[in-house]
Ligand binder design. Structure first.
Ligand code: NCD
Length: 337
């Protein structure tokens, strides 16, 4: 795809070359994200970071990624604090906000809302998560992490076995990740969920049509065996009609060190988009895995900055100039990575 000026709305926009391009630019961002060097390539540029739904990592890491390229960030952090509660349409909001910034990242609870917003925007828009539909930057950082973790085990993405666990019906991260990974060859997907929370049929069909093996099960223990990657997800409580309904599924699938040792092959990479629900009634990913070297969840979160810097650099067309304005950092930055 042609990146300069493009909206980034769905992983279906990318082919394998595009992924490779994004990942190599992400690699080149490491000195800046790791606070060894700083660049002013986006000095004067403004990001409108519009989050109309809860977020910690995605919002902050998009904001920091922009700052690390030298740009400034303006934010909205809830629907209730914006004019959407006064009945303003997304069209009007997009027309107005796109006059105030050079690029917009947007998260919104409705599927398709970010694409609607992008149609009315005068500047590029990046989807930070639209309802249960898609979360493209998360899928990119997940795949980037998978590649790195498997490389350390002398393996590649082609031919890998991945298990996805939890609320596969509402989880936009697993929707986007499945659609992205399907560009590779001979993947085995083991989809572990309660019957009511299965991966949407259209996605399962797409995976099978592309020649991948898909196993759907509600038997976690059997499903965990023989995987390179186990990707857990949270029950997406905010997508249920009420808390009681979400409670029916909360805590159904849990991974801890004892279960890992018993069922997973040694070295299995454990992933989660975060936040993990650590309340006792859920505890989907136990803290006793924190010392497990296969636990990649914080490496995922770190990689998010590199991927988001790469997206900004590509869409705003500054990849070639990032290093021109680079200088050393002179404050304390040791031992972070
Ligand atoms: C995810 C999301 O918002 O879809 N979080 C994130 O962006 N890392 C997953 C979740 O909230 O469960």
């Amino acid at each position: 795809m042609h990146f300069p000026g493009a909206h980034i709305l769905s992983v279906t926009q990318f082919d394998r070359n595009d992924i490779e391009t994004i990942f190599r630019v992400a690699d080149s961002m490491a000195p800046y994200a790791h606070r060894e060097r700083m660049t002013k390539v986006l000095d004067g540029a403004i990001l409108g970071n519009m989050f109309f739904e809860s977020s910690t990592r995605t919002r902050i890491s998009f904001g920091c990624a922009f700052n690390m390229l030298g740009g400034e960030v303006r934010e909205t952090t809830s629907i209730s604090a914006s004019s959407l509660t006064k009945g303003e349409s997304l069209y009007d909001t997009a027309r107005v906000l796109s006059g105030y910034s050079d690029i917009i990242v947007m998260r919104h609870p409705q599927s398709g809302s970010v694409a609607d917003f992008a149609r009315a925007s005068r500047v590029p828009v990046i989807n930070g998560g639209d309802g249960e539909n898609e979360h493209p930057s998360q899928a990119l950082l997940d795949l980037y992490t998978i590649e790195k973790e498997l490389l350390g085990r002398d393996r590649g993405v082609d031919g890998m076995h991945i298990a996805m666990v939890g609320d596969l019906r509402h989880g936009r991260t697993v929707h986007s990740l499945s659609r992205l990974v399907q560009l590779f060859d001979d993947i085995r997907f083991t989809l572990i969920s309660p019957a009511e929370l299965r991966m949407p049929e259209t996605i399962v069909n797409e995976l099978r049509e592309r020649g991948h093996e898909v196993v759907e099960t509600d038997d976690m223990e059997n499903g965990l065996t023989d995987n390179d990657i186990v990707y857990l997800t949270r029950i997406q409580e905010e997508r249920f009609s009420n808390r009681e309904e979400a409670n029916l599924y909360r805590g159904r699938f849990r991974l801890n060190q004892a279960i890992y040792t018993r069922y997973c092959q040694p070295n299995t990479v454990i992933m989660h988009p975060l936040p993990r629900d650590s309340r006792a009634e859920a505890n989907e990913l136990d803290n006793d895995l924190n010392q497990n070297p296969g636990l990649a969840i914080f490496r995922q979160a770190d990689n998010g900055v590199l991927i988001r810097m790469a997206l900004f650099a590509l869409v705003l067309d500054v990849c070639d100039r990032v290093h021109d304005t680079a200088t050393d950092i002179h404050w304390y930055t040791e031992d972070r990575f």
